[in-house]
Design a protein around this ligand. Structure first.
Ligand SMILES: C[S@@+](CC[C@H](N)C(=O)[O-])C[C@H]1O[C@@H](n2cnc3c(N)ncnc32)[C@H](O)[C@@H]1O
Length: 300
Protein backbone atom coordinates (compact mmCIF):
# COMPACT_ATOMS: atom_id res chain seq x y z
CA UNK A 1 0.00 0.00 0.00
CA UNK A 2 2.65 2.51 1.05
CA UNK A 3 4.66 1.90 -2.13
CA UNK A 4 1.75 3.43 -4.11
CA UNK A 5 1.89 6.62 -2.10
CA UNK A 6 3.41 9.63 -3.84
CA UNK A 7 6.90 10.46 -2.56
CA UNK A 8 8.28 13.46 -4.41
CA UNK A 9 11.25 13.92 -2.05
CA UNK A 10 13.51 10.85 -1.92
CA UNK A 11 15.07 11.71 1.43
CA UNK A 12 17.56 9.49 3.21
CA UNK A 13 15.97 8.56 6.54
CA UNK A 14 12.44 8.74 5.17
CA UNK A 15 9.91 6.85 7.28
CA UNK A 16 8.16 5.58 4.21
CA UNK A 17 8.84 1.91 4.94
CA UNK A 18 7.86 2.16 8.61
CA UNK A 19 4.64 4.14 8.13
CA UNK A 20 2.39 1.10 7.89
CA UNK A 21 3.92 -0.36 11.07
CA UNK A 22 3.41 2.92 12.94
CA UNK A 23 -0.18 3.35 11.69
CA UNK A 24 -1.91 0.87 14.06
CA UNK A 25 -0.23 2.57 17.02
CA UNK A 26 -1.79 5.97 16.27
CA UNK A 27 -4.96 7.16 18.02
CA UNK A 28 -8.20 6.54 16.13
CA UNK A 29 -9.22 10.21 16.15
CA UNK A 30 -6.76 13.01 15.37
CA UNK A 31 -7.69 16.58 14.61
CA UNK A 32 -4.33 18.00 13.48
CA UNK A 33 -1.35 15.81 12.63
CA UNK A 34 1.94 17.61 13.32
CA UNK A 35 5.21 16.53 11.73
CA UNK A 36 7.77 19.04 13.06
CA UNK A 37 10.87 17.15 11.78
CA UNK A 38 9.26 16.66 8.41
CA UNK A 39 12.00 16.07 5.83
CA UNK A 40 10.12 14.15 3.16
CA UNK A 41 7.06 14.01 5.45
CA UNK A 42 6.45 10.31 4.85
CA UNK A 43 4.17 9.94 7.87
CA UNK A 44 2.09 12.98 6.87
CA UNK A 45 1.61 11.60 3.35
CA UNK A 46 0.62 8.23 4.80
CA UNK A 47 -1.77 9.82 7.31
CA UNK A 48 -3.38 12.00 4.62
CA UNK A 49 -3.78 9.04 2.28
CA UNK A 50 -5.52 7.04 5.02
CA UNK A 51 -7.67 9.96 6.19
CA UNK A 52 -6.19 9.83 9.70
CA UNK A 53 -6.49 13.56 10.49
CA UNK A 54 -8.48 16.65 9.49
CA UNK A 55 -5.46 18.89 8.95
CA UNK A 56 -1.70 18.66 8.77
CA UNK A 57 1.24 20.78 9.89
CA UNK A 58 4.60 20.21 8.24
CA UNK A 59 7.64 21.84 9.86
CA UNK A 60 11.41 21.63 9.51
CA UNK A 61 14.36 23.81 10.49
CA UNK A 62 15.69 23.42 6.94
CA UNK A 63 13.80 26.37 5.48
CA UNK A 64 14.24 25.41 1.83
CA UNK A 65 12.56 22.04 2.38
CA UNK A 66 9.50 23.82 3.73
CA UNK A 67 9.55 26.16 0.70
CA UNK A 68 9.77 23.01 -1.39
CA UNK A 69 6.77 21.43 0.34
CA UNK A 70 4.78 24.61 -0.16
CA UNK A 71 5.68 24.65 -3.87
CA UNK A 72 4.79 20.96 -4.26
CA UNK A 73 1.44 21.24 -2.50
CA UNK A 74 0.26 24.68 -3.65
CA UNK A 75 1.72 25.11 -7.13
CA UNK A 76 2.33 21.53 -8.30
CA UNK A 77 2.42 22.19 -12.06
CA UNK A 78 4.93 24.98 -11.66
CA UNK A 79 7.11 22.87 -9.32
CA UNK A 80 7.02 19.91 -11.73
CA UNK A 81 7.87 21.96 -14.82
CA UNK A 82 10.73 23.72 -13.04
CA UNK A 83 12.08 20.31 -11.93
CA UNK A 84 11.88 19.09 -15.53
CA UNK A 85 13.81 22.18 -16.62
CA UNK A 86 16.58 21.71 -14.04
CA UNK A 87 16.77 17.94 -14.62
CA UNK A 88 16.91 18.29 -18.41
CA UNK A 89 19.92 20.57 -18.16
CA UNK A 90 22.09 17.62 -17.19
CA UNK A 91 24.04 15.46 -19.63
CA UNK A 92 25.74 12.21 -18.73
CA UNK A 93 29.02 13.63 -20.02
CA UNK A 94 28.83 16.75 -17.86
CA UNK A 95 29.47 15.84 -14.23
CA UNK A 96 29.99 19.54 -13.48
CA UNK A 97 26.29 20.30 -13.99
CA UNK A 98 25.41 19.11 -10.47
CA UNK A 99 28.03 21.45 -9.01
CA UNK A 100 26.61 24.36 -10.99
CA UNK A 101 23.13 23.73 -9.54
CA UNK A 102 24.65 23.25 -6.08
CA UNK A 103 26.44 26.58 -6.33
CA UNK A 104 23.25 28.28 -7.48
CA UNK A 105 21.29 26.68 -4.62
CA UNK A 106 23.88 27.84 -2.09
CA UNK A 107 23.45 31.40 -3.34
CA UNK A 108 19.70 31.56 -3.96
CA UNK A 109 18.11 28.69 -1.97
CA UNK A 110 15.66 27.87 -4.71
CA UNK A 111 13.60 24.93 -3.37
CA UNK A 112 13.39 23.07 -6.70
CA UNK A 113 17.17 23.27 -7.07
CA UNK A 114 17.27 21.57 -3.65
CA UNK A 115 14.90 18.88 -4.93
CA UNK A 116 17.21 18.17 -7.85
CA UNK A 117 20.23 18.04 -5.52
CA UNK A 118 18.45 15.60 -3.18
CA UNK A 119 17.51 13.38 -6.13
CA UNK A 120 21.02 13.26 -7.55
CA UNK A 121 23.33 13.38 -4.55
CA UNK A 122 25.08 10.43 -2.93
CA UNK A 123 22.57 8.21 -1.07
CA UNK A 124 19.96 10.99 -1.30
CA UNK A 125 21.61 12.25 1.87
CA UNK A 126 21.61 16.01 2.28
CA UNK A 127 24.74 17.36 3.97
CA UNK A 128 25.42 20.96 4.96
CA UNK A 129 28.54 22.57 6.38
CA UNK A 130 28.50 24.85 9.40
CA UNK A 131 27.87 27.85 7.13
CA UNK A 132 24.69 26.16 5.86
CA UNK A 133 26.08 25.36 2.40
CA UNK A 134 24.94 22.16 0.70
CA UNK A 135 28.11 20.05 0.45
CA UNK A 136 27.03 16.56 -0.64
CA UNK A 137 28.46 15.32 -3.96
CA UNK A 138 26.85 13.92 -7.06
CA UNK A 139 26.11 10.22 -7.45
CA UNK A 140 27.56 9.64 -10.90
CA UNK A 141 25.78 6.32 -11.45
CA UNK A 142 22.26 7.67 -11.90
CA UNK A 143 20.41 10.72 -13.18
CA UNK A 144 17.87 11.18 -10.38
CA UNK A 145 14.09 10.77 -10.56
CA UNK A 146 12.79 11.34 -14.09
CA UNK A 147 10.61 14.44 -14.70
CA UNK A 148 7.61 12.21 -15.56
CA UNK A 149 7.84 10.24 -12.34
CA UNK A 150 8.42 13.45 -10.37
CA UNK A 151 5.42 15.19 -11.96
CA UNK A 152 3.19 12.31 -10.95
CA UNK A 153 4.58 12.20 -7.38
CA UNK A 154 4.17 15.97 -7.02
CA UNK A 155 0.58 15.87 -8.34
CA UNK A 156 -0.24 13.00 -5.95
CA UNK A 157 1.22 14.76 -2.90
CA UNK A 158 -0.59 17.98 -3.79
CA UNK A 159 -3.86 16.10 -4.19
CA UNK A 160 -3.45 14.62 -0.69
CA UNK A 161 -2.41 17.81 1.13
CA UNK A 162 -3.74 20.89 -0.68
CA UNK A 163 -6.20 22.99 1.33
CA UNK A 164 -5.52 21.18 4.62
CA UNK A 165 -1.82 21.73 5.28
CA UNK A 166 0.10 24.48 7.00
CA UNK A 167 3.86 24.92 6.55
CA UNK A 168 6.16 26.09 9.33
CA UNK A 169 9.88 26.89 9.29
CA UNK A 170 12.03 26.56 12.38
CA UNK A 171 12.66 24.53 15.48
CA UNK A 172 10.26 21.69 16.32
CA UNK A 173 9.31 23.31 19.62
CA UNK A 174 7.95 26.34 17.77
CA UNK A 175 6.14 24.19 15.21
CA UNK A 176 4.37 22.18 17.91
CA UNK A 177 3.71 25.09 20.29
CA UNK A 178 -0.04 25.22 19.62
CA UNK A 179 -0.68 21.44 19.57
CA UNK A 180 -3.69 20.43 21.67
CA UNK A 181 -4.84 17.21 23.31
CA UNK A 182 -7.00 16.27 20.29
CA UNK A 183 -3.96 16.54 18.00
CA UNK A 184 -1.02 14.22 17.43
CA UNK A 185 2.68 15.01 17.04
CA UNK A 186 4.95 12.59 15.18
CA UNK A 187 8.64 13.32 15.69
CA UNK A 188 11.63 11.98 13.81
CA UNK A 189 14.63 14.02 14.91
CA UNK A 190 18.17 13.30 13.73
CA UNK A 191 19.38 10.30 15.71
CA UNK A 192 22.10 10.63 18.32
CA UNK A 193 24.23 8.07 16.53
CA UNK A 194 24.18 10.12 13.35
CA UNK A 195 25.09 13.51 14.76
CA UNK A 196 28.44 14.51 13.34
CA UNK A 197 31.01 17.15 14.10
CA UNK A 198 34.22 17.65 16.02
CA UNK A 199 32.43 18.29 19.34
CA UNK A 200 30.10 15.36 18.77
CA UNK A 201 29.57 14.23 22.36
CA UNK A 202 28.97 17.71 23.72
CA UNK A 203 26.56 18.64 20.97
CA UNK A 204 24.73 15.34 21.32
CA UNK A 205 24.21 15.96 25.01
CA UNK A 206 22.89 19.45 24.36
CA UNK A 207 20.58 18.20 21.63
CA UNK A 208 19.27 15.35 23.74
CA UNK A 209 18.70 17.68 26.71
CA UNK A 210 16.67 20.06 24.52
CA UNK A 211 14.66 17.15 23.13
CA UNK A 212 13.90 15.81 26.61
CA UNK A 213 12.85 19.27 27.87
CA UNK A 214 10.50 19.56 24.88
CA UNK A 215 8.99 16.14 25.58
CA UNK A 216 8.42 17.07 29.23
CA UNK A 217 6.49 20.11 28.02
CA UNK A 218 4.37 18.01 25.60
CA UNK A 219 3.56 15.67 28.52
CA UNK A 220 2.56 18.59 30.74
CA UNK A 221 0.21 19.86 28.04
CA UNK A 222 -1.40 16.42 27.60
CA UNK A 223 -0.27 16.08 23.97
CA UNK A 224 -0.30 12.65 22.35
CA UNK A 225 2.91 11.91 20.47
CA UNK A 226 5.22 9.30 18.99
CA UNK A 227 8.94 9.67 18.57
CA UNK A 228 11.25 7.67 16.32
CA UNK A 229 14.61 7.72 17.98
CA UNK A 230 17.75 5.71 17.56
CA UNK A 231 17.85 1.99 17.15
CA UNK A 232 20.33 -0.71 16.35
CA UNK A 233 21.93 -2.44 13.40
CA UNK A 234 23.58 -5.83 13.75
CA UNK A 235 23.31 -5.68 17.56
CA UNK A 236 25.06 -2.29 17.75
CA UNK A 237 22.92 0.28 19.57
CA UNK A 238 23.03 3.87 18.30
CA UNK A 239 22.13 5.51 21.58
CA UNK A 240 20.88 4.92 25.13
CA UNK A 241 17.14 4.76 25.84
CA UNK A 242 15.38 8.00 26.74
CA UNK A 243 14.75 8.52 30.48
CA UNK A 244 11.95 6.67 32.25
CA UNK A 245 10.54 9.81 33.88
CA UNK A 246 9.08 10.75 30.47
CA UNK A 247 6.61 7.87 30.96
CA UNK A 248 6.87 6.69 27.36
CA UNK A 249 6.66 3.13 26.04
CA UNK A 250 9.53 2.02 23.85
CA UNK A 251 8.75 -0.30 20.97
CA UNK A 252 11.25 -1.78 18.57
CA UNK A 253 10.29 -1.89 14.92
CA UNK A 254 12.04 -3.94 12.27
CA UNK A 255 13.00 -1.43 9.60
CA UNK A 256 14.46 -4.05 7.25
CA UNK A 257 17.99 -4.36 5.99
CA UNK A 258 20.40 -1.50 6.63
CA UNK A 259 21.42 -0.02 3.27
CA UNK A 260 24.76 0.96 4.77
CA UNK A 261 25.42 -2.62 5.91
CA UNK A 262 24.23 -4.01 2.57
CA UNK A 263 26.74 -1.78 0.80
CA UNK A 264 29.45 -3.19 3.03
CA UNK A 265 28.36 -6.74 2.17
CA UNK A 266 26.90 -7.39 5.64
CA UNK A 267 23.43 -8.73 6.26
CA UNK A 268 22.29 -6.66 9.20
CA UNK A 269 18.70 -5.95 10.20
CA UNK A 270 17.97 -2.40 11.28
CA UNK A 271 15.73 -2.04 14.30
CA UNK A 272 14.33 1.37 15.15
CA UNK A 273 12.95 2.60 18.44
CA UNK A 274 9.50 4.12 18.50
CA UNK A 275 8.50 5.81 21.73
CA UNK A 276 4.81 6.34 22.46
CA UNK A 277 3.66 9.00 24.92
CA UNK A 278 2.20 7.67 28.17
CA UNK A 279 -1.31 8.85 27.26
CA UNK A 280 -1.43 6.50 24.25
CA UNK A 281 -2.50 2.93 24.51
CA UNK A 282 0.61 0.81 24.15
CA UNK A 283 0.09 -2.56 22.49
CA UNK A 284 0.88 -5.66 24.48
CA UNK A 285 3.18 -8.37 23.24
CA UNK A 286 0.20 -10.73 23.02
CA UNK A 287 -1.63 -8.33 20.72
CA UNK A 288 1.43 -7.75 18.59
CA UNK A 289 1.67 -11.44 17.79
CA UNK A 290 -1.91 -11.51 16.54
CA UNK A 291 -2.05 -8.47 14.33
CA UNK A 292 -0.57 -8.92 10.91
CA UNK A 293 0.79 -5.41 10.53
CA UNK A 294 2.54 -5.60 13.85
CA UNK A 295 3.90 -9.10 13.55
CA UNK A 296 7.43 -7.82 13.51
CA UNK A 297 7.10 -5.21 16.23
CA UNK A 298 8.31 -6.02 19.70
CA UNK A 299 7.57 -4.43 23.02
CA UNK A 300 10.90 -3.64 24.59
C1 LIG B 1 15.53 12.16 10.16
S1 LIG B 1 14.99 13.56 9.25
C2 LIG B 1 13.24 13.31 9.18
C3 LIG B 1 12.85 12.37 8.07
C4 LIG B 1 11.36 12.25 7.91
N1 LIG B 1 10.76 11.48 8.97
C5 LIG B 1 11.00 11.68 6.56
O1 LIG B 1 10.10 10.83 6.48
O2 LIG B 1 11.63 12.06 5.58
C6 LIG B 1 15.15 14.85 10.40
C7 LIG B 1 14.71 16.22 9.90
O3 LIG B 1 14.66 17.09 11.02
C8 LIG B 1 15.16 18.36 10.65
N2 LIG B 1 15.63 18.98 11.91
C9 LIG B 1 16.79 18.80 12.58
N3 LIG B 1 16.80 19.46 13.75
C10 LIG B 1 15.59 20.09 13.84
C11 LIG B 1 14.98 20.94 14.81
N4 LIG B 1 15.62 21.24 15.95
N5 LIG B 1 13.73 21.39 14.58
C12 LIG B 1 13.09 21.08 13.43
N6 LIG B 1 13.62 20.29 12.45
C13 LIG B 1 14.84 19.79 12.66
C14 LIG B 1 16.21 18.09 9.59
O4 LIG B 1 16.35 19.20 8.72
C15 LIG B 1 15.62 16.86 8.89
O5 LIG B 1 14.88 17.24 7.75
Amino acid sequence: MSSKLPHPIPYQGSKRKLASLIHPLLPAKIDTFYEPFAGSAAMTLYAAHHGLARRFIIGDCLEAIIDLWQAIVETPERAASRYAEVWSGQREDNPEYFNVVRERYNGEHDPVDLLYLICRCVKNAVRFNSAGRFTQSVDKRRLGMSPEKMASAIAGASYLLKGKTEFRKGDWLLTSVDARSEDFVYMDPPYLGTTVGPDKRYRQQLEQDALIAGLVSLNQRGIRFALSYDGMTGGKEYGPPLPEHLGMTRLLLHAGRSSQATLQGKDHETIESLYLSGNLQAPERRVLGQQRDLQQALVF
